[in-house]
Ligand binder design. Structure first.
Ligand SMILES: C[S@@+](CC[C@H](N)C(=O)[O-])C[C@H]1O[C@@H](n2cnc3c(N)ncnc32)[C@H](O)[C@@H]1O
Length: 252
């Protein structure tokens, strides 16, 4: 048994693990996350229809042949707007069915590790399983390096200095709301940029922050791309994309 398995790989029967797998580079998994990925009876992960699943892709180097995997495939993703009642009904039903499938394994005494990109408790789908299962089953959440932490590290920009306040904003907000919030920001991270990229760029520009803004695509992954937002001409980015606005607080 390897040192990793000995110190970090103990999985208890009938327990759900929310495993934060970090921003993309497998070397940024914590010891506990890597140990559990190898130790749990069932490795579960969310995936878009027809795709491998981002979290599953991140842990690929740790997965041996013959593992019991549980793919939880979203019935819809971008085809239907999030605000649409039919989207919400389909996703709620999907989460309920997914929680039932996980519960069946837990009731049978198997440990289940549900992979979560970045940190499980930070805008993670894992939270929808946690909410449904934590009253009835033991759950351990393993924190992960967040996507934003991986991105500002690879962009080589300290994000907050001195008393800077950091605002984390979803790029899904309306342009005026985003712009208004940004006007009052010292440092900011804009998540969920993807198809909102053009709108996000307009909001950053109208808040007077374009010269400080960086655009990071697939931070820490093999095909990472980091450019100033002003140089970014495309109207949309991939799912893994964010904008960083570093603070300018006290630098002694
Ligand atoms: C649903 S949130 C999940 C956040 C995740 N739980 C975390 O801790 O970072 C997904 C958003 O995180 C951002 N993100 C996460 N990892 C990223 C990465 N490696 N590079 C760029 N953006 C990333 C993107 O904005 C993406 O749309």
């Amino acid at each position: 048994m390897s040192l990793l398995d000995t110190i970090a790989g103990h999985a208890r029967a009938g327990t759900l693990y929310g495993i934060g797998v970090g921003p993309g580079d497998v070397r940024y998994l914590t010891l506990r996350a890597a140990g559990l990925v190898r130790a749990v009876d069932v490795v579960a992960f969310f995936a878009k229809r027809g795709l491998e699943g981002n979290a599953r892709h991140i842990v690929a180097p740790l997965m041996e042949q013959g593992r019991h995997e549980m793919r939880l495939e979203y019935p819809v993703t971008e085809e239907v707007p999030v605000a649409d009642a039919s989207y919400q009904a389909q996703i709620a039903d999907f989460y309920r069915r997914s929680a039932d499938s996980i519960a069946a394994h837990l009731s049978a005494g198997r440990s289940v590790g549900l992979l979560a990109e970045g940190d499980p408790f930070f805008y993670g789908s894992f939270m929808h399983m946690w909410r449904r299962l934590e009253r009835d089953f033991p759950v351990e959440v393993v924190p992960g390096v967040t996507g934003m932490s991986g991105c500002w590290t690879k962009a080589n920009v300290p994000i907050t200095w001195g008393d800077d306040i950091l605002s984390v904003l979803p790029g899904t907000l309306a342009e005026e709301v985003l712009s208004d919030r940004l006007t009052r920001c010292e440092a900011a991270v804009i998540m969920k940029v993807g198809r909102n990229l053009a709108k996000v760029k307009r909001a950053v520009t109208s808040a007077g922050l374009l010269s400080r803004a960086l655009y990071v695509e697939r931070g820490t992954m093999d095909d990472e791309r980091i450019v100033s937002l002003s140089a970014c001409e495309q109207a949309r980015g991939p799912y893994f994309s964010m904008v960083l606005i570093p603070g300018q607080g006290r630098q002694l």
